[in-house]
Design a protein around this ligand. Structure first.
Ligand SMILES: [Zn+2]
Ligand SMILES: [Zn+2]
Length: 119
């Protein structure tokens, strides 16, 4: 059962991430995020709000937990702030998700279920 419900079905959700690639809090629910400004792609465990900000080095993590509704997360690469407090909410999540082509072009296809067959 996915919690991520983009309107665009080409976008990737938690169902598309190969959970065996990364270990986190033991209750992992991973979703890939993409910055619409710079194209940076990173991984969120939305069970514990951990961001894996560098998919080449999974030891680089930060907390993405914010509680103040006026606060905004920002891209870990270009620091452009998100437009929304809850970036995974159904009505805005499309702006933060990559599609399969984005992920493959960035060289991260191995993080996807069935991604290993990509050229
Ligand atoms: Zn976690
Ligand atoms: Zn960015």
């Amino acid at each position: 059962m996915s919690h991520i419900q983009p309107r665009d079905f080409a976008l990737l959700t938690d169902r598309d991430v190969d959970h065996t690639c990364v270990s986190c809090c033991g209750d992992e629910d991973f979703v890939l995020l993409r910055c619409r400004h710079c194209g940076h792609i990173w991984l969120e465990c939305y069970e514990c709000s951990t961001w894996f900000v560098n998919l080449h080095d999974l030891s680089q993590t930060v907390s993405s937990f914010i509680s103040d509704p006026s606060a905004r997360l920002a891209c870990p690469e270009c620091a452009v702030a998100f437009d929304d407090f809850n970036h995974l909410a159904d009505d805005v999540v499309d702006a933060y998700l990559p599609n399969r082509d984005h992920v493959a072009a960035a060289g991260f296809g191995h993080f996807l279920v069935d991604g290993r067959a990509d050229p």
